[in-house]
Ligand binder design. Structure first.
Ligand SMILES: [Ca+2]
Ligand SMILES: [Ca+2]
Ligand SMILES: [Ca+2]
Length: 148
C-alpha cells in the first residue's frame, strides 16, 4: 500500500487528519537524530490515532519495548524490541490489542512486586458511549519475570 493510499484510509477510517511525516533530510548535519521510523517498526505504525505511549521492558529480556495507547476505536499496540532498535508488533500474542478501547494514555509499574512491569491504560469513555465501562484498564503482566 502506498503512503498516499494509507493516509487516505487513515482519514476515512479514523476521521483525523494524518499529515505525512516531515521530511527531516533537510536538517541533515544540523541534528543528532535521524528519522528511522519506517525501517525500525514492522509493520509501519502509520495508521491510528496514537494518544499515549509507555516505554518498558515488557518481556524482561533487557531491552525497552513500546506500548501505544490508541484512541478513536483503533487497537492498542505493543512493539517488541529485537535488541538493536527494530520493533515487531506483538499486540495479539501479548493480549493488548483491544479495539474500541478509547485509550488515551498508559503508565507502567510493577504494581504487585512480582518482577514484571504491569500496565495501566487511561480510557476516555465518552467516545464509546457505553455505560458501565471502566475508565482505566489494569493489565497484569503474566510474562517472564526478572529470572526469565
Ligand atoms: Ca524487552
Ligand atoms: Ca527484545
Ligand atoms: Ca507486576
Amino acid at each position: 500500500m502506498s503512503r498516499a493510499v494509507s493516509l487516505s484510509a487513515c482519514v476515512a477510517v479514523v476521521g483525523l487528519s494524518c499529515a505525512p511525516p516531515p521530511d527531516l533530510s533537510e536538517f541533515a548535519g544540523e541534528y543528532a537524530f535521524k528519522d528511522v521510523t519506517t525501517s525500525a517498526f514492522e509493520p509501519d505504525p502509520v495508521i491510528g490515532g496514537w494518544s499515549g505511549m509507555a516505554l518498558f521492558d515488557y518481556d524482561n529480556d533487557g531491552d525497552i519495548d513500546v506500548f501505544i495507547a490508541n484512541i478513536t476505536n483503533r487497537p492498542n499496540h505493543l512493539y517488541e524490541n529485537d535488541g538493536s532498535g527494530n520493533f515487531s508488533e506483538v499486540s495479539n500474542a501479548a493480549g493488548v490489542r483491544f479495539t474500541a478501547d478509547n485509550s488515551v494514555g498508559a503508565g507502567v509499574g510493577d504494581f504487585d512486586n512480582d518482577g514484571r512491569l504491569d500496565v495501566l491504560i487511561a480510557r476516555q469513555l465518552d467516545l464509546g458511549g457505553e455505560e458501565g465501562r471502566q475508565s482505566v484498564r489494569y493489565l497484569k503482566n503474566m510474562g517472564p519475570d526478572e529470572q526469565g
